[in-house]
Design a protein around this ligand. Structure first.
Ligand SMILES: N[C@@H](CCC(=O)N[C@@H](CS)C(=O)NCC(=O)O)C(=O)O
Length: 342
C-alpha cells in the first residue's frame, strides 16, 4: 500500500523531474508520443459511459473518446491509443511517473490535486455532482433520512471527504464500508453490505444498470458536491497541456458552430470565418501547438463534436440516457463554454 507520505514524496520528485517539460530522456511528451506512435491514456478499470471495455474488449466512453480525439489531433489516427486501466488510488501516480501521457478518467478537478500533485487539469468534459443510491425496499426518499446508515464508498476519491462533510454538517452519523475498486463497491451494495452507495451521480446511473435488477434501486434527489470531471496532464509541459486543452475546446466549439462528423467535409468549404478557423483553413492553424494544420478537422472527422460524443456514450444513444442538463452549451442554457479558436 502506498502511504500518504510516500505519495507526496513521489509527487515532489516527479514535479522536479518534469518541471522542465521533459521526461528522464529529455524529450517532450509530444516527441515521446510521436516516437511511440501511440498516446498512453489512463482510464478507469471500467465505468460504463466514461471508460469501459465493451463485449469485444474495445474501450468505449466519453473519456475514451477524449483520448481518441487527442490521438486524431496529434497522430492523425484516433486508434493510436494505448489504454491503461487505473483505479482511483493508482491514477495520479501513473501520470506523475510518466507511465501515461494523459489521464482521462472521471477525475474531479480540485485545488489539492491541481496544486500539490505536479499535475494540471485540462478543463471540464463533464460537470457532475455526488449523490446516493438506495435499494427501493429501504423506503428512504431523501439522503437526510440516512442517519446511522452504512455507506459503500470507493477509496482514493473525492467521494470519501464529501460523504463525511455532508453527514457531519447535517448532524447525522454513518458507517463507511470502503472498497478499493468500483466493481467491489457495486457488489458490496448489491449483496447488502451497506444501506446506500455513494459516488458521482453519473457513476450511480452506471452502477444502477450494472445491477441484476436495476429497478430494485433508486437514486436519491440530493446532490451534495460539485464534481467537475476532466482530463489531466503533468505540469511542466505547456505544449502538451495546450494540445489537450484545445482538443477539448475544439469538440465543444464544433458543436457550437454545427460542425459534425457527417458534414465536416462540406464545412471545410464554409465561408464562416469561425468554422474555417476550427477546421484549419484560416487562422492560427497548427503552428502554435506544433501540430499539422488539419488537427481540428481530424478530431471532428474521426471522433465528432462534443454532442456527438456525449450522446453516443452517456446520452440518448447509450444505456445511461443522461440528459445534457448543465452540460449543455452556454447557448442552450448550460455551462459549457469553450474559448474561441482564433
Ligand atoms: N470523481 C471522483 C470519483 C472518481 C472515481 O474513481 N469514482 C469511482 C466510482 S464511480 C470509479 O470511477 N471507479 C472506477 C475504478 O476505480 O476503476 C474523483 O475524482 O475522486
Amino acid at each position: 500500500m502506498v502511504s500518504k507520505k510516500s505519495t507526496l514524496g513521489l509527487a515532489v520528485i516527479s514535479a522536479v523531474l518534469f518541471a522542465s517539460g521533459a521526461n528522464a530522456e529529455g524529450e517532450s511528451t509530444l516527441d515521446k508520443v510521436k516516437k511511440a506512435g501511440v498516446i498512453s491514456c489512463g482510464v478507469s478499470t471500467g465505468l460504463p459511459g466514461f471508460s469501459n471495455p465493451n463485449a469485444e474488449g474495445q474501450w468505449e466512453g466519453i473519456d475514451v473518446e477524449f483520448c481518441q480525439a487527442m490521438a486524431a489531433a496529434v497522430l492523425g489516427d484516433k486508434n493510436k491509443v494505448k489504454y491503461v486501466p487505473l483505479t482511483a488510488k493508482e491514477r495520479f501516480t501513473a501520470l506523475q511517473s510518466g507511465e501515461i501521457d494523459v489521464l482521462s478518467r472521471n477525475t474531479t478537478w480540485t485545488l489539492q490535486r491541481d496544486g500539490t500533485l505536479g499535475l494540471n487539469f485540462v478543463g471540464v468534459n463533464y460537470y457532475d455532482g455526488q449523490g446516493f443510491m438506495v435499494k427501493k425496499d429501504l423506503g428512504v426518499n431523501s439522503a437526510l433520512e440516512l442517519d446511522g446508515a452504512s455507506v459503500c464508498v470507493q477509496s482514493g476519491t473525492t467521494t470519501e471527504l464529501n460523504l463525511s462533510d455532508y453527514f457531519r454538517s447535517n448532524g447525522i452519523s454513518f458507517k463507511p464500508v470502503v472498497y478499493d475498486t468500483y466493481d467491489a463497491t457495486v457488489k458490496g451494495f448489491e449483496s447488502g453490505r451497506c444501506d446506500t452507495l455513494t459516488t458521482d451521480q453519473s457513476g450511480l446511473y452506471a452502477s444502477r444498470i450494472k445491477l441484476a435488477d436495476p429497478n430494485s434501486a433508486v437514486v436519491l434527489p440530493e446532490i451534495i458536491s460539485k464534481e467537475p470531471l476532466g482530463p489531466v496532464v503533468r505540469q511542466g509541459d505547456d505544449n502538451w497541456f495546450n494540445i489537450a486543452k484545445w482538443t477539448l475546446n475544439t469538440m465543444i466549439n464544433a458543436e457550437e458552430f454545427g460542425i459534425t462528423q457527417a458534414n465536416v467535409d462540406e464545412m471545410v468549404k464554409s465561408k464562416d470565418p469561425n468554422i474555417r478557423r476550427i477546421l484549419g483553413q484560416d487562422g492560427p492553424k497548427g503552428q502554435g501547438l506544433n501540430l499539422n494544420d488539419d488537427w481540428g478537422y481530424q478530431i471532428i472527422k474521426q471522433v465528432g463534436n462534443y454532442d456527438e460524443s456525449f450522446q453516443r456514450t452517456v446520452g440518448e444513444g447509450s444505456p445511461l440516457q443522461i440528459q445534457r442538463g448543465v452540460n449543455a452549451l452556454w447557448t442552450d442554457g448550460g455551462i459549457l463554454y469553450a474559448p474561441p479558436i482564433r
